[in-house]
Write a new protein. Sequence first.
Length: 160
Amino acid sequence: MASLTPLSKGLIGLAVVGAMASAVWHLVLKERMGGGATSDWQSTSEPTSPATNAVSPSPMIAPTTSPSVVPPVPPPPAVNVGGSAAENSEMGRKSMADGDFAQARKHLEAAVNAGDGPAACLLGEMTLKGQGGLAADREASAKLFQLAQSRGSICFATGQ
């Protein structure tokens, strides 16, 4: 009978931990964090394809037209600050370390839009803490952390 090597034991353990984390997310945390993961970290009010994403409004729910409800302001377009995604991510990390959160935001947004996972972690941390002109928003930061995870990065935020 063949025995398992330490590497195979570690991989099996990693798969079990990943399955448990996924179960916890889907059973508990998803509802507490305010929704599911989306592939786009910037929420848009328009469907990407009307044929596949069209949803008829429910007759039970009336749209709110209260004057106190302010429509969400779309985020500014991504600033092309030059360089590759990795360069923008590194410049954003350095700007965060120096305390220049406005500049860090520009670099990190450009890196996230170019597909950089670690930049999504850093931008999620800034969003969680409300730095760089961003309002503190747990839902938006959770979306960024999920985006980073989908790109192969694990985020560790220090909290508020």
